[in-house]
Design a binder for this molecule. Structure first.
Ligand SMILES: [Zn+2]
Length: 460
C-alpha cells in the first residue's frame, strides 16, 4: 500500500543537485530508487508523471491549524486536507491555539490527533512564553521532550529583550531554532495596515515598516549574543531584508521567510481592485489575463488585512530581490483561517490573516519562476531542503532511503481558484477568481497518494 512508481516526470531534488527526466520508485514508505526505466514490482501502482515536475514533498513551516480551541475556523483534518490540495506533504503548526501550545500535554494532543486525522505530516512548535503573553518562559526542555521542533510566540512577539535572550539560550541548549513574528508593539500600537500613502488616504491607522525592522535588528543582535539560530517569520519590509542580508554575510545564524501575499500584493489593494490594477498590479504576472476578467474587490476588503500588513511596491520588490539572491531562503503561507462572520466587519475590527496553503505554490511559481527571478530548483529548495535544514527534519529530499513524501505538480497548468475548490474550513482568501499558473496534481505521503475528496465533505 505504501509503494508507488512515478514514471517519466522531471525529477528535481535540490538536496542531491538532481534535475532530469526519471522514474521514482517508492517502496514501503521510503524512496527506493531514482533512475531511468525503473520497473514496478508486482502489485505496485504506477503514476504517469510525464510533463510534470516530481519534487520532494513540499514543507510549509508556517500554518495555523486552529485545533484545539478554534475548530470553527479550521481543524487538523481540514487544514491538512488543504495542505494536501496545495501540494504540501508536511506542515508546521503554530502554538497560538486555545489552550496555547506551551505545555507537553497540548503537544501530545495535537500529535496524536494529527496521526489519526491528518492527511499530511504535522510538526508542532511550542510557545516561547506561557500563554504567549511574553511574561514568563514556557518549559522549553519539556516541550522539546514532547516533540516540538522549534519555539515561537507567533501571532505575538516577545517584547522583553531579556526574556527573548533567555529563550534563545535555552533553545540553543536544547538544539531548537527560535522563530519570531517581528512586531514592536510600541511602534505598531493598534495599526491595521501599512503606514504610507494609502493608510492616510483611507483613514486607517498605520503599521510602520520600522515596527518589523526594529525586532529583526533585535533578533540579529540576540543571535550574535547567544549563538542561537533565529528565524524571522513572514518578512514584509525592505529594511528587514537589508538587515538580514548584511548579518548573514557576517555569518550570523539568522534566517527569514516570505509569504506569497507579501510578494504579490501591495497596500494599494486595500484601496480596492481598481486602484490596485491601475498601479501596483499592472505588470504583476506575465501570463495573459484575457481568458478571465481581472478579479475585482471593493476598498476596505478585510481579505487584504494581515499581520504584518501588505506593504508598498518598493517593499514587495525588496522581498522578491531577497528571495532571488538567497537572503530569504524559505517560502511559507502563514495560512491563517478565520470564519466569514469574523471577516465580514469593518476593517478595523476584522482579525488579521488569510488562508494560503492552496494558492502559495502557484503564486510562488508565477512571481518567482515564470517571471524568471528564480530557477525551479531554487524555488523547490525554499519549500523542501531549506526548511528541513532549519528545523532538523528528516524530510525535503528524494535521496534513496528518505521518507516517500513526494509532490507532483504541473508548473504550467492555468486555473482559476474558486470558492468550492478549497478544502479548508475557512474561505478568507483574497485570491478567489484569480487566474493562477501552476498546480499540484498529486501529493504523496509515505508512498501513498493523498485523496482529499472525502475530507471536502467534512469541511462543509
Ligand atoms: Zn505571525
Amino acid at each position: 500500500m505504501n509503494s508507488l512508481l512515478l514514471t517519466g516526470g522531471r525529477v528535481v531534488d535540490p538536496a542531491s543537485h538532481f534535475d532530469s527526466i526519471a522514474d521514482v520508485l517508492l517502496l514501503d514508505g521510503k524512496v527506493s530508487a531514482v533512475g531511468k526505466n525503473l520497473a514496478a514490482p508486482a502489485g505496485v501502482e504506477t503514476f504517469d508523471a510525464r510533463g510534470k515536475v516530481v519534487a520532494p514533498g513540499l514543507i510549509d513551516l508556517h500554518v495555523h491549524l486552529r485545533e484545539p480551541g478554534q475548530t470553527a475556523k479550521e481543524t487538523i483534518a481540514t487544514g491538512t486536507a488543504a495542505a494536501a490540495r496545495g501540494g504540501f506533504t508536511s506542515i508546521v503548526c503554530m502554538p497560538n491555539t486555545a489552550p496555547a501550545i506551551d505545555n507537553a500535554g497540548t503537544v501530545a494532543l495535537i500529535r496524536e490527533r494529527a496521526k489519526i486525522e491528518g492527511a499530511v505530516n504535522v510538526f508542532v512548535t511550542g510557545a516561547i512564553s506561557k500563554g504567549l503573553d511574553g511574561e514568563e518562559l514556557s518549559p522549553i526542555g519539556g516541550l522539546k521532550k514532547a516533540g516540538v521542533i522549534a519555539i515561537t510566540d507567533d501571532g505575538h512577539c516577545v517584547q522583553n529583550n531579556d526574556l527573548m535572550r533567555r529563550a534563545c539560550e535555552y533553545a540553543k541548549m536544547f538544539g531548537l531554532p527560535v522563530m519570531d513574528h517581528c512586531q514592536d508593539y510600541s511602534l505598531v500600537t493598534d495599526g491595521v495596515m501599512h503606514e504610507g500613502y494609502w493608510n492616510v488616504a483611507l483613514g486607517l491607522r498605520g503599521w510602520p515598516a520600522a515596527g518589523e525592522e526594529m525586532i529583526v535588528a533585535r533578533n540579529i543582535l540576540l543571535a550574535e549574543l547567544t549563538g542561537a539560530r533565529i528565524h524571522c517569520q513572514h518578512l514584509s519590509a525592505a529594511g528587514s531584508v537589508d538587515r538580514i542580508r548584511e548579518a548573514r554575510k557576517r555569518g550570523v545564524l539568522i534566517s527569514g521567510e516570505a509569504c506569497p501575499h507579501h510578494f504579490t500584493l501591495t497596500d494599494a489593494a486595500v484601496a480596492g481592485s481598481e486602484k490596485f490594477w491601475a498601479e501596483d498590479g499592472r505588470q504583476l504576472f506575465r501570463i495573459p489575463r484575457s481568458a478571465a476578467p481581472a478579479p475585482s474587490w471593493p476598498a476596505y476588503d478585510t481579505h487584504f488585512k494581515m499581520n504584518p500588513p501588505l506593504r508598498s511596491a518598493a517593499d514587495r520588490e525588496a522581498i522578491l530581490a531577497g528571495l532571488a539572491d538567497g537572503t530569504i531562503e524559505i517560502l511559507a503561507s502563514d495560512h491563517a483561517p478565520h470564519c466569514d462572520y469574523e471577516k465580514e466587519v469593518e476593517f478595523d475590527y476584522a482579525p488579521f490573516g488569510i488562508t494560503g496553503l492552496e494558492t502559495e505554490l502557484a503564486l510562488s511559481l508565477m512571481q518567482l519562476v515564470h517571471s524568471k527571478r528564480l530557477s525551479l530548483t531554487d524555488l523547490i529548495a525554499k519549500y523542501t531542503l531549506n526548511p528541513a535544514r532549519l528545523l532538523n527534519l528528516n524530510k525535503g529530499t528524494l535521496g534513496v532511503g528518505a521518507d516517500a513524501d513526494v509532490t507532483v505538480f504541473d508548473p504550467d497548468q492555468e486555473w482559476v481558484f474558486q470558492r468550492e475548490d478549497s478544502a479548508s474550513k475557512s474561505r478568507n482568501t483574497p485570491f478567489f477568481g484569480w487566474q493562477l499558473k501552476g498546480r499540484a496534481v498529486a501529493t504523496v505521503v509515505a508512498g501513498q497518494i493523498v485523496r482529499t475528496e472525502r475530507r471536502d465533505l467534512m469541511a462543509v
